[in-house]
Ligand binder design. Structure first.
Ligand SMILES: *Cc1c(COP(=O)(O)O)cnc(C)c1O
Length: 366
């Protein structure tokens, strides 16, 4: 395969932090090597800091972000449980699908794409749900929903209801506070703002949720009882479950170290500033943002493709002539919206000016 060097400003993987890339080429350790176990423990400790939690059960699951979603429903939903899902994009839709496959009685609360999840409507959807789920940063539309408000409102009404938050595109990009927001279950993915390659799903569980877990979920691989015994030795000493993806964990460990060294506040501010500059620059080009004002993500911007411009052709020119990837829209917006990511290592002013300059040149040609 030819070695191609791209700048990944799409909704998928971002370019990893250099620290994460360097860790992948370090000598490989065995999955039971004491040095690897030390790195694993430290990775879990670093994840707690980035999640804003003291949850003992905080660990990277082996798989992409979606495996976090799958593990959440597999371990905390029993057939017939009422699960309310706020749906405002593709990943909310996916939650509905996954919850249904584990037998949940799913109550979906649909929103127009581009809008945030409406807390009052989600609360009104069912008086006594066993779980309420929503996506914090909807990557399909570039919208931030207020998980803090949702979670606190759910628990004010009912201490037993569990709150599940998809934080795949929010963690290490915008403020996430699992404990202060009283979120019970949350998952993320390594390839977005965490600045690692795709392949791991950071996951965290509150004590309230852990007490309510399914004792024998219908999946062996994602049974948190079995995984926990390996990762944190919580059932008295580590026992082998599956071979941990050691290189990926070393890479995540390095990226988390870099993020914590820079400082979470500084990292969030870096994302905020570049997002604001991109939004301003796109408006200067005469383009219209898609996501509702006041709920726009700095790390993932959705912008309408101007009238008369071929969306796919423009993306193709960006890729082949500039080496820059941006994403298409999703579903009904596939050819009418572009998605531009400024995540992790790419949350930098030089990336913003590159994409703005390239779009300016391409659009003034056509
Ligand atoms: C990317 C993403 C996922 C899925 O992650 P994969 O790594 O593609 O499995 C889930 N939720 C959100 C909000 C995402 O952006």
């Amino acid at each position: 395969m030819a070695l191609v060097d791209r700048i990944l400003l799409g909704p998928g993987p971002s370019n990893p932090y250099p620290e994460a890339t360097a860790a992948l080429s370090a000598p490989l350790l065995g999955h039971l090597d004491p040095e690897f176990l030390r790195v694993l423990d430290e990775t879990c400790a670093r994840l707690r800091r980035v999640w804003g939690t003291e949850n003992a059960r905080t660990l990277p699951l082996s798989g992409t972000g979606s495996i976090g979603m799958e593990a959440a429903f597999a371990n905390f939903v029993r057939p017939g449980d009422v699960v309310v899902v706020g749906v405002n994009g593709l990943f909310g839709e996916r939650m509905v699908d996954v919850a249904g496959r584990y037998g949940a009685d799913v109550v979906r609360v649909d929103h127009d794409w581009g809008q945030p999840v409406d807390v009052e409507r989600v609360l009104a959807a069912h008086p006594e749900p066993s779980l309420v789920a929503a996506v914090h940063a909807e990557t399909s539309t570039g919208v931030r929903s207020d998980i803090k408000e949702l979670s606190l409102a759910v628990h004010r009404r009912d201490q037993r209801a569990l709150v599940l938050a998809d934080c795949v595109t929010s963690l290490a990009g915008i403020d996430v506070q699992v404990d202060a927001w009283d979120v019970d279950i949350a998952y993320s993915g390594t390839q977005k703002c965490l600045g690692v390659a795709p392949g791991l799903a950071p996951f965290t569980v509150s004590e309230r949720a852990w007490d309510r877990r399914v004792q024998r979920p219908p999946t062996w691989y994602l049974d948190l009882n079995l995984i926990g015994a390996y990762v944190d030795g919580s059932s008295g000493g580590r026992t082998y479950h599956h071979t941990a993806p050691t290189a990926m964990i070393a890479s995540l460990h390095a990226a988390l170290g870099r993020i914590l060294e820079e400082g979470l506040d500084t990292v969030w501010e870096r994302h905020r500033a570049v997002g604001a500059r991109l939004h301003e620059g796109l408006a200067d080009l005469g383009l219209t943002l898609f996501a509702a004002e006041g709920h726009r993500l700095p790390e993932l911007t959705t912008v309408r493709v101007p009238e008369g411009v071929d969306s796919a052709k423009t993306r193709q020119i960006l890729l082949t002539e500039y080496g820059v990837e941006i994403g298409p829209g999703v579903g009904a917006f596939a050819s009418s919206v572009w998605r531009i990511g400024l995540m992790g290592h790419n949350a930098r002013l030089d990336r913003v000016e590159l994409i703005l300059g390239a779009l300016h040149q391409i659009l003034s040609r056509s």
